[in-house]
Structure formats: structure tokens, C-alpha cells
Design a protein around this ligand. Structure first.
Ligand code: GDP
Ligand code: MN
Length: 381
């Protein structure tokens, strides 16, 4: 689960990483009130789950409350990489002397946390890695050893931070960021920029924080922060219905039983030149009700032109799936969708017979996964 900047900063605050005083606002009027309460110049920041907000015009300085209201009016509703701005974070504006970068990410390949630090912050880290790789200090650590003070010292010396006061403050922040990383089961904690003010104060000006979904049950207060309105509306609907669904960009709707078979189906459809519209897993049961729910989810996507059911019956019984498809045809308006059905395994023959006897003109039985995929791709054209 990706957190908004303001949520990540709340966690930073809990472990003692310095951040600016701020308030949340959802309207220009609230932005004005927030600026009044904070006092002085503020920065008005779009809260969206994507980077590059500054470049897209989603981060603006404001001199006073009236200016904050005006800037808020401009930023609310902006489309930043497909994310519409509905919330703003208003915080006390900082003077910036230097912009650094600090992150801890979980490196799956190395099975270890990876620290990254550079004095070339403020820009995207991929750009630093490409243009100035020597300036980007990378350091893996053993998760079982826990935090050791040499980690911060090595990062700081290798990156060439020379000011003793900066060194001391950054070392404290590295340790606290690691604590946040472990305590909140993070996959990523990133501060970009980590600034030094003209007075020599080091603080986090931005936050990117990803919490491991599998650990959310240990952090009910964080789990509650999930913003369902920001999720893809079809994916949100699928979650409501208990359907395992991931939206993709193509036009062939896909439904399999089991994650492995569903993923293979996505691959085979792509292999024969088609574009999958989604990943959808009926799960092990594959009850008629489950099939109806899955079809309801899949057909909410206006890009879907054809649907491919790829079922291998084990626990799932193919006759049950066939009945589910027919029931869905009764309950939903499915007449415009050609539905290719490949049934194999438990009760496959009975399932095929049920479909055949129903005599629906938009149901196309196919014997194999490959033939089914080809047919579904053809029918999507
Ligand atoms: P991002 O573009 O989504 O990464 O958003 P950031 O929060 O990192 O802000 C982008 C840039 O805006 C930063 O790199 C800063 O240069 C600038 N910025 C953000 N907050 C302030 C602030 O309080 N004062 C000043 N002067 N600049 C800021
Ligand atoms: Mn940033």
C-alpha cells in the first residue's frame, strides 16, 4: 500500500524524523484556513500517489493565506499522470540550501534492505543513477543484524558530506528511517529531497512510503488510511465482490480458475497477438455465483470486446462454471460480448453439454487454451 506524502510524514514524525508543520485541505477555503493557522509563507502540495508533482505544477509556494487559497484553487482538480488532485497538504515553507536524497528499499534479489544516499537530491533518483552513478551511494545490510551506526557513517562519508552538524543530523535521520522501515513493515521509505536549510537544519521535505500489504493487519491504523476513491473504480468494485481482479489495458477479458492458470491465460492471449483487458481469478471454488460476479466485474470495463473463460476443473467443477455463465447471461446484458469457453478437467463434458444445449449464439466453445485464445483475440477485432 502506497501512502500519501502527508501520511508518510505522519509516520516520519512518529519516529522523530524532522518534518515541517502542516495541515490537510480539500477545498481552497480549507487551504486558506490551514495557511492562517500555520502562519507565514506556506507550500501547497497536491496529494497524489505518483511522483513528479513539482514538475506537473502540483507544488506551489504561497506568501499568505489568500495566495494559498488561490494556489489551492489551481492545483485541486489537476490531472497528474492520470491522478486527479482531491487533497492538498499545506505546510510551512522551507528555505532550501541543499537537496539530498535518502531511501531504504527492500531489495528482493539480495534479500536485504538497500540504503541509498546522495547529495544530488531533488531530481529523480533514476536520473542520478544514470548520469552520475558514482554520486549514488548504495549499501545493503543484514536484516538480522539490525541497525548499526557504521551504516550511516559509511553513507555520509562516501557521499562526501563534510559539515559535522549535517553529518550528525543525517546519521540520526538514517537510524530513524530504518526504524520506520522495520516498525511499519515498509517496502520503501524515501526522502527526496532531504534538505539542508540555510541555517543548517536537515529535514524531510517529501515522503514516499510503501507498506507491505501482507503486513497491514499488524498496522490497523495505517490500513485505515487506504483511500478507496483513488483506487481504480473497477478494482474497488471487484474487491467489494470478492473477485481477484487486476485491470490491464487491452480488449480481451480473461477469466481463469487459479492464479497460475489465469496468468498463463494472460500470457497466451498476448502470445497470439492479443491484448488482455484484465487478470481475473475465479479461485478454487468457481461457484455459479462467483462466475456471475466475475463477469459483472469484467464487463464494467468499457474496453472489453470479447471474453475468454479458461477453466481447468480440479476442485472447480466445469458444469458449475457452465451454469454460472448461463446464469450471468440471464442476469446481465451480455449479448454484445462473444464469450469463448474452454473447459477441461472435472465434469468438463457435462459442462460443455450444458452450454451446447443452451444454444446461445455468443458462446464459442474451444477445446484448448491456445485455440481459445486465438478465437477470443479474433472476436475482439
Ligand atoms: P515531487 O515533485 O512530487 O517529488 O514533490 P516534492 O515534495 O519533492 O517537491 C518538489 C520540489 O518542490 C522540491 O524538490 C523542492 O525544490 C520544491 N519544494 C517543495 N517544498 C518546498 C518548500 O517548502 N520550499 C521551497 N523553497 N521549495 C519547496
Ligand atoms: Mn520529491
Amino acid at each position: 500500500m502506497d501512502l500519501y506524502e502527508y501520511q508518510g510524514k505522519e509516520l516520519f514524525k512518529r519516529v522523530g524524523i524532522p518534518v515541517s508543520n502542516g495541515r490537510l485541505a480539500e477545498t481552497p477555503e480549507e487551504a486558506r484556513t490551514a495557511a492562517e493557522e500555520i502562519g507565514g509563507a506556506v507550500v501547497v502540495k497536491a496529494q497524489v500517489l505518483t511522483g513528479g508533482r513539482g514538475k506537473a505544477g502540483g507544488v506551489k509556494l504561497a506568501d499568505d493565506p489568500a495566495d494559498a487559497e488561490e494556489k489551492a484553487r489551481n492545483i485541486l482538480g489537476l490531472d497528474i499522470n492520470g491522478h486527479i488532485v482531491r487533497r492538498l497538504w499545506i505546510e510551512s515553507a522551507s528555505d532550501i540550501a541543499k537537496e539530498y536524497y535518502l531511501s531504504i528499499a527492500f531489495d528482493r534479489g539480495a534479500k536485504q534492505p538497500l540504503f541509498m544516499f546522495t547529495t544530488q537530491g531533488g531530481v529523480e533518483i533514476e536520473q542520478v543513477a544514470e548520469e552520475n552513478p558514482d554520486a549514488l551511494i548504495r549499501l545493503h545490510t543484514d536484516p538480522l543484524e539490525g541497525y548499526q551506526p557504521w551504516i550511516a557513517r559509511k553513507l555520509i562519508y562516501d557521499a562526501g558530506v563534510e559539515d559535522p552538524s549535517e553529518q550528525k543530523q543525517i546519521a540520526a535521520i538514517v537510524e530513524k528511517l530504518y526504524r520506520a522501515f522495520v516498525e511499519f513493515d515498509a517496502m520503501l521509505c524515501e526522502i527526496n529531497p532531504l534538505i539542508v536549510t540555510p541555517d543548517g537544519e536537515v529535514k524531510a521535505l517529501d515522503s514516499k512510503f510503501t507498506v507491505d500489504d501482507s503486513a497491514l493487519f499488524r498496522h490497523p491504523d495505517v490500513a485505515e488510511w487506504r483511500d478507496t476513491s483513488a483506487a481504480d473504480p473497477i478494482e474497488a468494485f471487484a474487491r467489494e465482490k470478492g473477485v481477484t481482479y487486476v485491470k490491464l489495458d487491452g480488449d480481451v477479458g480473461i477469466c481463469g480458475n487459479g492464479a497460475g492458470l489465469s496468468m498463463s491465460t494472460v500470457d497466451v492471449v498476448a502470445h497470439v497477438g492479443g491484448k488482455p483487458a484484465n487478470f481475473c481469478d475465479l479461485g478454487g471454488g468457481g461457484s455459479a455465483e462467483g462466475v456471475v460476479d466475475a463477469l459483472e466485474v469484467i464487463t464494467r470495463d468499457p474496453q472489453v470486446k470479447s471474453i475468454f473463460f479458461n477453466i481447468f476443473g480440479g476442485i472447480t467443477r466445469c458444469d458449475e462454471v457452465a451454469r454460472g455463465i448461463l446464469e450471468a447471461l440471464e442476469r446481465l446484458d451480455m449479448s454484445k460480448y462473444p464469450i469463448v469457453v474452454r473447459l477441461d478437467g472435472t465434469n468438463a463434458e457435462e459442462g460443455r453439454r450444458i452450454l451446447q444445449e443452451a444454444g446461445k449464439p455468443n458462446i464459442y466453445p474451444e477445446a484448448t487454451m491456445l485455440e481459445g485464445a486465438k478465437r477470443a483475440v479474433e472476436l475482439a477485432k
